[in-house]
Design a protein around this ligand. Structure first.
Ligand code: PAF
Length: 271
């Protein structure tokens, strides 16, 4: 992979990377289409990264659709699919990791020990191998995007990390590989996430700036959905990810909700 990229860079080609764990959906494809339009060469990585899973069953059950993924990559103009094996990424004796500080402690980091360290470690390795000029991530995983941007800034890395808007089903559900695990009943209930965000966004647009009020109103949408269990619902500073009491600067509402065995996340800008 690196030999290919070094040669392409010498030829002055601009390389774009879309890192994925496969099970590609329209959200990933929109990242590829955007990157395709910005770069001479489009690389997509497909690697289900064991380091970022905090539960064995979650790793084992993660959807794997490699052949279909390759077809989709071809259809969306991907020049190279980088799909390493776990033993090549983490050979015997592997013992180094990259971790970002406070920004990884709250939100998803609070309930998923080691998750972000797994993400930043693999993303650092992908960046060092693919040598892309830009790397494009979805805003659906907002904390992940911000943490990776902070790693790149703090460690003076050369790649530009770009965030792109969340792609949604017509009814508002954010696309996620995990949606496949929802039963028809849970799929209907999953709309409580986007409804909660819509409620907070409408109130914020009407001038409500007080976070506890916005959080209480948004939480009602989850609480009245039978079987939905809220892991967190918070308003944070869009850059530092620190909790905000009032929306006086760029702010993001982020939430994680369980429907049965499936954990869904979503977020929206309140400004
Ligand atoms: O968002 C994902 O699919 C993964 O966390 C990533 C960025 C590919 C790292 O494994």
């Amino acid at each position: 992979m690196r030999t290919f990229s070094q040669k392409a860079r010498k030829e002055g080609k601009r390389i774009g990377l879309v890192p994925t764990m496969g099970a590609l959906h329209a959200g990933h494809l929109s990242l590829m289409d955007y990157t395709r339009s910005e770069c001479d060469l489009l690389v997509a990585s497909i690697f289900v990264n064991p380091l970022q899973f905090d539960r064995e069953d979650d790793l084992a059950g993660y959807p794997r659709t490699f052949e279909k993924d390759l077809e989709l990559c071809t259809a969306h103009g991907v020049d190279v699919v980088f799909a390493p094996r776990p033993e090549n990424m983490y050979p015997d004796g592997f013992q180094t990791s990259v971790s970002v500080g406070d920004m990884t402690k709250g939100l998803c980091g609070a309930g998923r020990t080691g998750h972000f360290q797994g993400v930043t470690t693999v993303v650092m390795k992908l960046f060092n191998t693919v040598l892309s000029d830009i790397a494009v991530f979805g805003e659906k995983d907002f904390q992940q995007l911000k943490v990776i941007q902070r790693m790149v800034r703090d460690l003076d890395m050369l790649v530009e990390v770009v965030g792109r808007p969340t792609v949604r089903e017509n009814d508002g559900l954010a696309l996620s590989s995990r949606n496949k695990h929802l039963s028809p009943e849970e799929r209907k209930k999953a709309l409580c996430l986007s409804r909660a965000l819509d409620r907070a966004c409408s109130l914020a647009a009407e001038g409500v700036v007080d976070s506890p009020t916005l959080i209480a109103k948004a939480s009602e949408e989850i609480q009245k959905t039978n079987g939905a269990k809220m892991e967190y619902l918070e308003i944070v500073d869009s850059d530092s990810l620190k909790p905000l009491d009032k929306i006086t600067k760029p702010a993001r509402m982020c939430l994680a909700v369980w429907l049965g065995e499936t954990r869904l996340i979503d977020n929206a800008s309140l400004n």
